[in-house]
Ligand binder design. Structure first.
Ligand SMILES: [Zn+2]
Length: 78
């Protein structure tokens, strides 16, 4: 009977390791494919290609420095 419990435990540990591996790959794919919308021109940009600007603690993603400057100018007017 003890052998069965150990076998079951071993199987569960095995399943945990086997089950975790594909999830990790999925997460990496998700973060790599994550896109942000440029609040100025509305274009969607991948984080790797985006120009990141910070305003009042919030992070904004822009397609170019031009859009970042436009956004900053708009914020200062308000
Ligand atoms: Zn833009």
């Amino acid at each position: 009977m003890k052998f069965l419990i150990w076998a079951l435990l071993g199987y569960l540990v095995y399943r945990m390791f086997v089950g975790k591996a594909p999830q990790k790959i999925e997460k990496q794919e998700k973060s790599a494919a994550e896109t942000f919308q440029d609040p100025v021109c509305g274009v969607y940009i991948a984080e790797a290609d985006a120009v990141v600007g910070r305003l009042e603690g919030k992070r904004y993603h822009f397609c170019s420095m031009e859009c970042l400057r436009k956004f900053e100018a708009l914020q200062q007017r308000q």
